[in-house]
Design a protein around this ligand. Sequence first.
Ligand SMILES: [Zn+2]
Length: 121
Amino acid sequence: MKNLRPVGKGAFDAEVEGSANLPYTVHVDTAHVRQSYCDCPHAAGTRRICKHMVATVFAAYPQQIDAFKWEVEQAELEYKREEEAHRAELVRYVNSLKKGELRKALLDALIELEERRDRWW
Ligand SMILES: [Zn+2]
């Protein structure tokens, strides 16, 4: 990160090192995110957000890093809780099936797996 400088309210310019020889030129506008840009291959000429923009925002607002980490952790915990609840529901469903129903459910699942492989993999 070089030459981080504010260029208006919530807007910053910076040069950020990447995989190219020269650093990327980055502009982030936290009020108008879509006006942010970076000349790296991922973002140049698009409206995509790239890691150089994210790095610039965190360099400009270092106190936001902890808040962001906390939010990511909360989201991950929530996802894990939902996944565990769903898994428990699945276990209850399978345990409720009779032998014939189990055979049919297993066969349907195996056939679906094979069909997916043919279609997408
Ligand atoms: Zn970039």
